[in-house]
Design a binder for this molecule. Structure first.
Ligand code: URA
Length: 222
């Protein structure tokens, strides 16, 4: 039976959020997934990537972007000087965050990225996410962003854009300027799986990454 996400997801700490997602039965995808795919990376990363949904390999491995699109994503991140880490520990308490460890932590996490998807479960046959699935899963992504507190979000593909920016405008009309989600700057770009099929668009994606770098620089911490 389907059970909606519990109220108060926006209050959960990181481990409880992870456990809640792992046990989620809010939409029919729980019946076909192998496992949920929560996200990967440093929980205090300054960069955040939001993709669409797990594919077959992600569903099997439990990690986002481990297939072909993921390899291209890793190359794009490398071009930004970013590396994917598998660190996925609990976020420090607010007290730690505000305290003396902050300066060192910021420095340490300069090149870190957190990678998540709009949907935490694989749609069967990699079909597009459905509006009800996006809506049920949205509180989880919202809470991930609130806890990670990235300085910039790369929204990759139309479903990331739809979920974060609440618009169905095509990517081509949204790229090239800075949007916001919960106060965090959002840069819109093409999904790496699309870039694999449309190689000429890679130049545009590169422009988008440069814009994201600028935004990060403007936040004073590039
Ligand atoms: N595509 C996505 O959007 N996310 C993944 O995790 C893998 C492929």
């Amino acid at each position: 039976a389907l059970v909606p996400p519990p109220p108060g997801v926006d209050q959960l700490d990181w481990p409880t959020l992870q456990a809640t997602v792992a046990a989620c039965h809010a939409c029919a995808l729980c019946g076909t997934r192998t496992q949920t795919v929560f996200g990967v990376g440093a929980t205090r990363a300054r960069w955040m990537v939001v993709g669409e949904a797990p594919g077959e390999q992600e569903d099997r491995r439990g990690e986002p972007f481990v297939g072909q699109a993921g390899q291209l994503l890793d190359q794009m991140l490398a071009a930004l000087g970013l590396t994917r880490t598998s660190e996925d520990g609990a976020i420090e308490s607010e007290a730690d965050r505000a305290g003396s460890s902050r300066a060192t932590a910021q420095k340490h996490l300069k090149n870190d990225v957190y990678i998540a998807n709009v949907l935490k479960c694989r749609p069967p046959g990699n079909r597009n996410p459905q509006p009800d699935e996006i809506a049920q899963c949205e509180p989880y992504l919202r809470r991930q962003v609130a806890l990670v507190q990235p300085h910039v979000i790369l929204a990759m593909g139309r479903f990331a854009v739809q979920s974060l920016l609440q618009t169905t405008e095509p990517i081509g009309r949204l790229r090239g300027r800075v949007h916001h989600y919960q106060g965090v700057p959002v840069i819109v770009t093409y999904h790496p799986a699309y870039l694999l099929r449309a190689l000429p668009e890679k130049a545009k994606a590169w422009q988008d990454l440069c814009l994201a770098l600028e935004v990060m620089g403007a936040s004073g911490e590039a």
